[in-house]
Design a protein around this ligand. Structure first.
Ligand code: GLA
Length: 420
C-alpha cells in the first residue's frame, strides 16, 4: 500500500508532566491512505474554539487575537495548542468547486491565517459538515469531500471538526469514513474530530475513523438544567456528564469521547467552572476552551491552567475515569493514572454545602476496565490536593479527614503510591 512519509513536530500538549516529555520529539509520521492520521490525539486534544463565545460572529481579527493570547497568557505552554475556527468562515465555492473563505470576514485568506497561527507555534483547526450545508447554513462538504480535504491541506489546516447538520439520509459511518479517507489522501496529518452528537453510537464504530467523536448534543451555558429551544435543546453540564460517563470503555489513546467544548469563563460560578473543568479532566475529555481570552478573570485563568488537573486529563495511560459511587448527592470519581497513581474527585452535585468525613477504606475497589485496584488497605498513597481546598493535614491515605465541599464544587486529589 502506498505510504506517504510526513515529518512533523509531534507534540502531545506540553502539560509540564515529566512523563510526557519523551513524547516531545521530531518523528516521522506515516499518513496511510484509507486510515486516520496516526499518533495524533494520543492524549485528548486541547485548544480553543470560536463557537461557545462568538457563535457565527467570527473574523480573522478574533483568530489573530486569540492566537496572540494563547501564547502571551501561557495557555499554549499549558497545552492549548489547537486554535479552532468553527462554523461561519465559509464563502462560496469557486467555479471548480473549491471552497473559499468569506472574504469580508477573512480578507487575508485562510493560508495567511494558518501561517500566522503556525508562526506562534500553534495549530489551526477548521470546521465543516457532512451534509449539504453546515448548521449555520454555510456550504457543507457533501459531494466535495476530497476537494475540501485538499483545500484544507493546501491552506495548512491541522484539525477538522466535521458536523452532522443537513445530512438527511446520509449514512454516518460512510460519511465519516469518506472524509477520513479524503484527509488521508492529502498526505497531511489532520486531526479528525467527529461531531455527530452520538446519534449513531459512534463510540461503537469510529475508533479507526476519527480521533474523537462527540458523545452528546451541544452544551449550553447551564450547569444543571437543559435549555430548551423551539426545535432543539442545549444540554447542561450535568446532563452531559451523565451521558458521557457511561462510555468510558470506548475511550483511549487516539480515540476519545468528546462531551463538547468548555464553557469555563462564560458565566458559570467559580465552583461550577471548577467542577466542569475537573469532571472533563476526570473523563479524559478534549479540553477545548470557549471563552474570550482577551477578557479573562483571574479565577477562570487559575482554573483552566491548573497544571495538576490538566495532567489528570492528559495522563498517558489514557483511561477515562469512572463515577465509582454516589452518597447523598456526593459523587466519588476515580481515574487510574500512570505509575500506579490515581486521581480522586469528590463532586458535590447538590446546591447546598456538604461536610464529609473521608474514610479511605470505604473506597477499596478494583476497576475492571483498567484492572487497577485502589487497595487502600494495603497501599499508602501520598495525597496531593490539587485545588488546595482540603485540610492541610491530609497528606497521606493513612488517615482520613473531614472535608467541607461547597455546593456544586469539587475536591480533587492525586494519589501517588509510596514505594513499599
Ligand atoms: C453544531 C455543533 C456545534 C457547533 C455548531 C455550529 O450545533 O454541534 O458544536 O459547531 O453546530 O453551527
Amino acid at each position: 500500500m502506498k505510504k506517504i512519509l510526513y515529518v512533523l513536530a509531534f507534540s502531545l500538549c506540553a502539560t509540564g508532566a515529566a512523563a510526557q516529555d519523551e513524547f516531545h520529539q521530531e518523528t516521522a509520521v506515516e499518513v496511510t491512505p484509507g486510515a486516520k492520521a496516526p499518533h495524533l490525539g494520543m492524549t485528548p486534544q486541547m485548544g480553543w474554539s470560536t463557537w461557545n463565545k462568538f457563535g457565527g460572529n467570527i473574523n480573522e481579527k478574533i483568530i489573530r487575537d486569540m492566537a496572540d493570547k494563547l501564547v502571551e497568557l501561557g495557555l499554549a505552554d499549558a497545552g492549548y495548542v489547537y486554535l479552532n475556527i468553527d462554523d461561519c468562515w465559509h464563502g462560496e465555492r469557486d467555479k471548480d468547486g473549491f471552497i473559499q473563505v468569506d472574504s469580508e470576514r477573512f480578507p487575508s485568506g485562510m493560508k495567511a491565517l494558518a501561517d500566522y497561527v503556525h508562526s506562534k507555534g500553534l495549530k489551526l483547526g477548521i470546521y465543516s459538515d457532512a451534509g449539504c450545508m453546515t448548521c449555520a447554513g454555510r456550504p457543507g462538504s457533501l459531494g466535495h469531500e476530497y476537494q475540501d480535504a485538499l483545500q484544507y491541506a493546501r491552506w495548512g489546516v491541522d484539525y477538522l471538526k466535521y458536523d452532522w447538520c443537513n445530512t438527511n439520509d446520509v449514512n454516518p459511518h460512510g460519511a465519516y469514513t469518506l472524509m477520513r479517507n479524503a484527509l488521508a489522501e492529502t498526505g497531511r496529518p489532520i486531526f479528525f474530530s467527529m461531531c455527530e452528537w452520538g446519534h449513531s453510537k459512534p463510540w461503537e464504530w469510529a475508533s479507526d475513523v476519527s480521533h474523537s467523536w462527540r458523545s452528546t448534543g451541544d452544551i449550553g451555558l447551564s450547569f444543571r438544567d437543559n435549555i430548551k429551544h423551539d426545535t432543539w435543546t442545549q444540554l447542561s453540564v450535568l446532563t452531559i456528564v451523565d451521558i458521557n460517563e457511561k462510555l468510558r470503555q470506548y475511550a483511549g489513546p487516539g480515540h476519545w469521547n468528546d462531551p463538547d467544548m468548555l464553557e469555563c469563563g462564560n458565566g458559570f460560578t467559580v465552583a461550577q467552572d471548577r467542577s466542569h473543568f475537573t469532571l472533563w479532566a476526570m473523563m479524559a475529555a478534549p479540553l477545548i476552551l470557549g471563552n474570550d481570552l482577551t477578557n479573562i478573570s483571574k479565577e477562570t485563568f487559575d482554573i483552566i491552567t491548573n497544571k495538576d488537573v490538566i495532567a489528570i486529563d492528559q495522563d498517558i495511560l489514557g483511561v477515562q475515569g469512572l463515577r465509582q459511587s454516589v452518597d447523598n448527592g456526593l459523587e466519588f470519581w476515580f481515574k487510574p493514572l500512570i505509575d500506579g497513581k490515581w486521581a480522586f474527585t469528590i463532586f458535590n452535585r447538590n446546591e447546598s454545602d456538604a461536610s464529609y468525613v473521608l474514610d479511605w477504606q470505604k473506597f477499596n475497589f478494583t476497576d475492571d476496565l483498567s484492572g487497577r485496584a485502589t487497595a487502600f488497605d494495603s497501599t499508602v498513597y501520598d495525597v496531593k490536593d490539587v485545588w488546595s481546598n482540603a485540610p492541610k493535614s491530609l497528606k497521606t491515605t493513612k488517615k482520613g479527614a473531614t472535608l467541607r465541599i461547597p455546593g456544586e464544587d469539587v475536591v480533587t486529589f492525586v494519589l501517588t503510591p509510596r514505594r513499599q
